[in-house]
Design a protein around this ligand. Structure first.
Ligand code: ATP
Length: 375
């Protein structure tokens, strides 16, 4: 076990961040609106969403850099903000890592890390800074200044500085977005293993769905200040609650369909309703015969020269793109104008004009009401 083990903050398993009905208005605009969610102790939570959806505002509210318009923020049974109770940012015991790392250029690495440790005794400060530097494997750079470090090293120093005061919660705003792809994968992996090792409750803002799927225990998907869906990466990817959530994680084929008497009819043929992903079945009792979209990811389409079963659909290839490890093949359903995207490794000819048969995995498909992008 590494020396840094003394960075554990000793909070009980009960401790967690509780966000209750939190809102923030800027003028007339709701940057965050009536959001409620929780982070368990030691959990890595990703706030995910497009630019302007309110992720950074949420982070700043938790940090105490903005005041909510309404709601409550708690850590365990400690109220950080409510209508009647406000804990100042410097007393929240929350660590922050910014996108640009915000290291002090005039302080060396060691001094940067010691900066937030004023409330510890002098000898403790040195011990903590030494420990945390070891943990991010940068002890040999202690006397260097930020401009003498690579982007990845600066990121790890920023992480070390935020972790040194033993925060109850670590907040990271797009921490990997300034790194090039290869470096990003490695630094992200290193960061994750440090956070998991320490059991630090961490909230990470990102707009990158792959990153969120890769690193999060829990994803909070936001849109226009509100939470669209929260859950594990699998829950969001495999059982999205809306077209918005489904589309956030990959391109989605969308075919208009009607559902009636337990049968789904679309240009992809007829399908027994019960074969669809059970989480995705619409309530027919409230809207019989209504129009829906039959949706499926390009990865859940298979192509073959011969029909694979009675549900195989005749198609013709309209384009075929080599992606290295996969192909993206677009096919047109016979006698319709619908173009379906199929992505994967296909063991059949995929040149333009090739006649093929397509199969869709019903268990991996979704059905959403038309004209309702969000739940
Ligand atoms: P990005 O990914 O681009 O950083 P975001 O999801 O983090 O976006 P926020 O920065 O939280 O979004 O902004 C949410 C909304 O609130 C935006 O429309 C933004 O313009 C607005 N906003 C944020 N801060 C302020 C402010 N200080 N004053 C006025 N409006 C603000």
């Amino acid at each position: 076990m590494k020396m840094i083990i003394n960075l554990h903050n000793g909070m009980s398993d009960m401790s967690a961040l509780h966000i209750q009905n939190l809102s923030k208005k800027f003028g007339q605009q709701n940057a965050v609106y009536d959001t409620s969610w929780q982070a368990k102790r030691g959990e890595i939570v990703c706030l995910l969403g497009h630019s302007g959806c309110g992720k950074t505002t949420m982070l700043r509210l938790i940090a105490g850099l903005e005041s909510p318009s309404a709601g409550q923020i708690m850590f365990g049974d400690r109220i950080l903000w409510s209508n009647t109770h406000h804990v100042a940012a410097e007393h929240r015991n929350i660590g922050l890592v910014f996108q640009d790392y915000a290291l002090f250029p005039h302080l060396n690495v060691f001094e940067n890390i010691k900066f937030g440790l004023n409330h510890f005794k002098r000898e403790q400060q040195k011990q903590i800074a030494d420990d945390v530097l070891k943990h991010v494997s940068l002890s040999q750079h202690a006397t260097k200044y930020p401009h003498m470090l690579s982007g990845g090293e600066q990121q790890r120093i920023a992480l070390a500085r935020a972790l040194a005061p033993k925060p109850d919660v670590l907040l990271m705003d797009e921490p990997f977005s300034n790194l090039d792809r290869r470096l990003r994968d490695r630094i992200r992996q290193d960061t994750l293993s440090i956070l998991r090792d320490l059991g630090t409750t961490t909230i990470i803002v990102t707009h990158d769905p792959e990153e969120a799927l890769h690193i999060a225990d829990q994803i909070i998907l936001m849109h226009e200040g509100q939470i669209i869906q929260s859950g594990t990466p699998q829950q969001l990817y495999e059982t999205p609650n809306s077209l918005f959530a489904a589309e956030y994680f990959s391109a989605i084929n969308q075919i208009p369909c009607v559902v009636n008497h337990n049968v789904l009819k679309s240009a992809c043929g007829q399908l027994e309703f019960k074969s669809i992903n059970p989480e995705q079945r619409v309530d027919q009792s409230t809207s019989p015969n209504a129009n829906y979209l039959y949706c499926f990811r390009p990865y859940h389409v298979t192509l073959s020269v011969e029909p694979q079963n009675q549900d195989s659909i005749p198609v013709t290839v309209t384009s075929s793109d080599y992606l290295g490890h996969q192909m993206l093949v677009k096919v047109q359903i016979h006698s319709t104008s619908y173009i379906i995207h199929a992505q994967g490794i296909f063991h059949c000819p995929t040149h333009v004009g090739q006649a093929l048969f397509m199969c869709i995995q019903p268990q991996q498909s979704f059905i959403f009401a038309k004209d309702s992008a969000t739940p």
